[in-house]
Design a protein around this ligand. Sequence first.
Ligand SMILES: CC(C)(COP(=O)(O)OP(=O)(O)OC[C@H]1O[C@@H](n2cnc3c(N)ncnc32)[C@H](O)[C@@H]1O)[C@@H](O)C(=O)NCCC(=O)NCCS
Ligand SMILES: Nc1ncnc2c1ncn2[C@@H]1O[C@H](COP(=O)(O)OP(=O)(O)OP(=O)(O)O)[C@@H](O)[C@H]1O
Length: 204
Amino acid sequence: MHRILSVGLTGGIASGKSAVSTRLAEHGAIIIDSDVLAREVLEPGSDGLEEVAEAFGAGVLTSTGALDREALGQIVFADEDARSRLNAIVHPRVRDARNALRAHAPEGAVVVEDIPLLVETGQADRFDVVVVVSASAEQRLHRIVRDRNTSPEDAQARIDAQTSEAERAAVADVVLDNSGTLEELHTQVDELYEKLNGRVSAQQ
Ligand SMILES: CC(C)(COP(=O)(O)OP(=O)(O)OC[C@H]1O[C@@H](n2cnc3c(N)ncnc32)[C@H](O)[C@@H]1O)[C@@H](O)C(=O)NCCC(=O)NCCS
Ligand SMILES: Nc1ncnc2c1ncn2[C@@H]1O[C@H](COP(=O)(O)OP(=O)(O)OP(=O)(O)O)[C@@H](O)[C@H]1O
């Protein structure tokens, strides 16, 4: 039997999931990042990118044939049907890639899957532990505009494309409060890792 502790990590856009996963990785957790996989399945030459170009037209490709992320983002965050069509192309491929990585995780590892849409895609039940990073929509909007060269309107469209803090909290086993400083977040993550590592050790 493959004994790992399977942890689902989620939170709204710019809640601090990457900050949490980076800290967990420093402790030795294995991180599987869905945003990274979602980029890989749309790389130039991939069948995923070919399907996206068929569905959305050549306007979502750059002059070199790569995905124009800005152009596709403008379409899908303004239109729920378009977003569903993109999700139907990307999500099954990301799921397959995630499953392959999880199957290769070392015995006894704490394996953390960072999945922005974990709640929206109904995956909470398949994890041993679901961790939600929480910050208010106002704080997240502020962080997106400050750090990512995004207008407040575009940032709000992305927030609105996701479920609410309350829906996420409802499925959480652990909520990390990221409304304070990064140091305060790190303290919570360090305590969490001790508990997760204790659980996986107890399974051996
Ligand atoms: C539309 C795309 C090209 C925009 O790319 P861009 O570089 O601007 O954003 P990036 O990929 O870094 O995503 C940033 C954040 O936006 C949010 N987000 C991305 N896609 C979605 C979506 N389909 N629905 C809701 N929120 C989303 C997530 O919080 C994500 O962490 C890209 O986000 C994409 O391919 N999305 C579809 C795949 C997806 O659902 N990814 C997220 C989880 S697997
Ligand atoms: N407590 C904090 N105080 C100030 N800035 C923070 C804090 N936590 C995270 N940030 C910053 O806010 C931004 C979003 O954080 P991060 O990238 O970790 O979020 P995320 O949930 O991974 O985002 P995404 O959904 O886009 O993948 C980053 O620029 C990060 O440096």
